[in-house]
Structures are given as structure tokens and as C-alpha cells.
Design a binder for this molecule. Sequence first.
Ligand code: HEM
Length: 394
Amino acid sequence: MRIDLVDQDHYADSGPPHEQLRWLRENDPVHRHEGEPAFWAVTRYDDVVHVSRHSELFSSHRKLALFDEMPEEQRALQRLMMLNQDPPEHTRRRSLVNRGFTPRTIGALEQHIREICDDLLDKCAGEADFVTDVAAPLPLYVICELLGAPVSDRDKLFNWSNRMIGAQDPDYAPASEDEGDPAMEVYAYANQLAALRRENPRDDIVTKLIQPDDNGETLTESEFDLFVLLLVVAGNETTRNAASGGMLALFDHPDQWDRLVADPSLARTAADEIVRWVSPVNLFRRTATRDVVLGGKQIKEDDKVVVFYSSANRDTSVFPDAEVFDIGRDPNPQIGFGGGGAHFCLGNHLAKLELRVLFEQLARRYPRLRRTGEARRLRSNFINGIKELPVVLR
Ligand code: HEM
């Protein structure tokens, strides 16, 4: 079988190459992908978990994205982000920000999220684009709420986040050469937000994060700004694509949509199944810190090791009926938020809450929701994304 796991055109046409990934899981689970870039593709669930949990062997810091070419300035900024660090450097920062993302703090947002959802769904009754009108604004408005950012700043943040993540897709290219670096703009914006809260503390996450924790430890000013930048990148596009990918899956499986309409409380288990099925983050890159054997293959120090969540989430040794989209699946040990270990998604409770509330409201309010055209996919092998999904909400 011809294997090309990074071909952007394939992703733009039909999403992750599931057929090739299945073949690899069964025949060559730790596969040497030759070419540019060369890397090891890790496709089985257990191996993805192993790599994720052994940061001493598979580093997040040594090298960065799958494709390493990026301007030096951007690389330097990336290295400072928690996502691209290893313990013990990572541990201190992660424990400081964990305070803002406990299940209790996030649970307290449910009412706000419900109101945001209701408001969005009111506005787009009738013909709409599910991505632009529902899936994209929801996570962004939730992050603005989380940060206490004024409603009037939402469009600005939306534009920055699109430009940062969709970098591989020409549709998201800057409108003119004069547009500045969106990362630097978010960074500066975070700085202003923190200054406001220092002057006027409130009962919100920003205030909590800029204050010392119980041990007197605090995030420095630049650590805080970088963290906000990471939230805007990591919390937006992922949830947007989980929501639109979930909607598409429900259109493709009308029996599951009917089930949800009959019992909207199934939205709780549906949220996990959507993350498993869609795997909005297709892959993540690590770098071997020394020579190591994985799945019988000899990996050399500095080799790129890429874990494919989209593949692990369809591994039949963990999900016997992996090819079935079942919104009632329980238990569901999906690893769309990462395979555990230090970097396990900080926003997983928040993302699941957003998905649960959204699909519950959709099923209650628009039981005759229909697709009116084809979905257009994002041209990216990193984010499994959808750019357009025309619908009619009834
Ligand atoms: C990390 C997926 C939503 C914040 C990650 C990782 C994945 C992921 C795969 C890396 C795990 C690893 O390397 O082991 C997702 C998916 C989401 C989602 C699929 C939506 C369905 C969110 C949201 C937020 C968020 C809503 C915050 C508002 C983060 C942060 C990290 C992260 C800060 C880095 C954690 C660290 O380095 O310690 N996410 N994410 N994510 N995510 Fe999410």
C-alpha cells in the first residue's frame, strides 16, 4: 500500500488517511516515514500512550513542529510555551495554571456556556454555515468569557486565532503583507489584560493566575502572556473542529442523530465519542532523547517520533467496534486529548462541557437540522478541520 501520512491534499479532500493508518496498525505499527520530513509514525493506542507518558525518552522541547522550518523569532516564542517544554520546567508552569482549570472551576461556567450557545443558536435559525455561525464563535466566546475579555474584542481575537492555526491553509493567509504577526498581537493583548486585573482584581481566572499560589509561586508576566497565547491557539480551533466534525458525523449517521433527538442527555457520552471519532488534533510530534526501541524498531537519538491520535482512537484492541460511531459508547477511553502524561490537555473538561451543551441544545431546539451542501475541509495534516458546512437549522 502507498503510504503518505502528511499529504496535505489528502487531508483537504477526505481527512486523515484512515485506510493507510489501519494497514499500519496491523502490519507496521511503528512505521518509518521516509521523505521530507522523515519521522517515525506511531499508530497503535498502547504505543501512543507509552510515548506520551515517557517525556524523558520522547521530548516535547528538543525540536518543535513536524515541519521544523519556521522563522527563528517564532521558534524562540514557541520554545517558551508550556506545550513545548519537558518536566521539570513544564511541571512548575502546569501546576500554576491547573488552578484555573479544575473540574469545579470549569463546571461553574456551565450556565454561561448555555447562554452563549442559546444566543448563537437564536441568531442562526434557518440557513447558516455551521462552522462560521456556530462551531467557530462558541469556543472563542467561551475563552473571552474565561479571560474576562470585553465582548467588543471578540472579533479581534477570532481573527488572530484563525491566522495562527490555519497557517497551512491558503484560505487563512493574511489579507495583506502589512498584517502583523498575530502571535505577537495576542501576546501584547494578554499583557494589557493582566495589567487591568492587577489594578482591578476580579473573581476570574486571569486574577487567579496572576496571583501567587499557596506556595507563594507565581507566573511571571511573560509566562502569563504566553499562556494566554497558548489558550487562544489550543482552545479554539480544536473545539471548533470537534464541534463541526461531530456535526458532520451525525449527518453521516442519521440513526445517531435520531437517538440524540430522542434523548438529548446522550450528549454527555456523545462528547467523548465525537472526540474519538474526529480526533481534532491528528498528531503530535516528539523527539527521541536517546537511542530507544519502540514496537521492535530501533529509534535513534534526535529522530522525530509522531503519535497519531486519529489512528490510536480507532485501534480495535481497545475499541473492538472502532469503526462504529456510537454516541452512547461507555466506557470510552479515547485519547483525542492526548495519551496521558505531562501534557494531557488542560482544557479537556472545558471542551467536553462545550460539546455537551452545544449538542444537547441543538437536539432540543433544532431536531430537523439538515445539511444543505458539502463540507469543505481544512488543508492541514495537524488539525483535522472543517472550514464550511452549510446547514438549515429547523
Ligand atoms: C494540550 C487536544 C481543547 C488547552 C492538548 C494536546 C492535545 C489536545 C492532543 C496535547 C497532548 C499531549 O501532547 O500529550 C485538544 C482537543 C480539544 C482541546 C481535541 C477539543 C476538543 C482545549 C481547550 C483548551 C485547551 C478548550 C483551553 C481552553 C490546552 C493546553 C494544552 C493542551 C493549554 C497544553 C498542555 C500542556 O502542555 O501541559 N490539547 N484540546 N485545549 N490543550 Fe487541548
